[in-house]
Design a protein around this ligand. Sequence first.
Ligand code: PEP
Length: 257
Amino acid sequence: MNAPLRRPLIAGNWKMYKTIAETQAFFDQISPLIFEVDHCDLVIAAPFTSLRRAVETGEKLGFGISAQDLYWEKEGAYTGEISAAMLREAGCRYTLIGHSERRQFFGERDQTVNRKLQAALAAGLMPIVCVGESLAEREAAQTEAVLQRQLAAGLAGLTEAAFSPIIIAYEPVWAIGTGRTATPEIAQQAHAFIRNQLAGLVSPLAAERCRILYGGSVKPDNISGLMAQPDIDGALVGGASLDAGSFAAIVRYQETR
Ligand code: PEP
């Protein structure tokens, strides 16, 4: 059998949760629950202070470790910021970029997403670029226009080769942390639109190969319906990734189909 074109990826975003001790406990607890999982890639985006412990304990279990943000300069007088090279040195393989909480609360813009993306790629990090519309934008029938703008500006200036490590996460803001998941059909519609945009912005082949994750109140009881959609290649999971049992149940989605 041919390998699937896009290997599924399940990523957890811990946001500002989990100390070093809690990070250790999470991996201790999830270890027996994900034994022999090999149908998907696993990623945990930990807070900066827990990254090193996550690398030391999580990588052995097959997790790639991700940062939640970075700054685009290599070094300098940027108090409070972390560079891509620092994340690589800590052992990160991925980084989130443009999460809606960064956009809402910390002034992230499409142009800063683009600068961070270029810096992450230059350092060899695999970026997980988050896009998605707010409730007001959806209700005003602006979803496609917002996604189009976020993708065009966020991915500006990338060659097809540079684009290949990039993962996109579609995260409708109205579904994040609200318990209100997009239906599989609504999510599929947005994912198909994003893939179509990528075909025009990068190339049809790059679009076919790009993994597009869904994020927004993913739980053990809704993951399999989402994963059954042809353009949904995985999930970015916030709240439900904090508990080893619920994250493992999400990772094992194919057993509940
Ligand atoms: C997220 O943080 O990216 C997210 C999707 O959160 P939640 O799963 O809690 O909605």
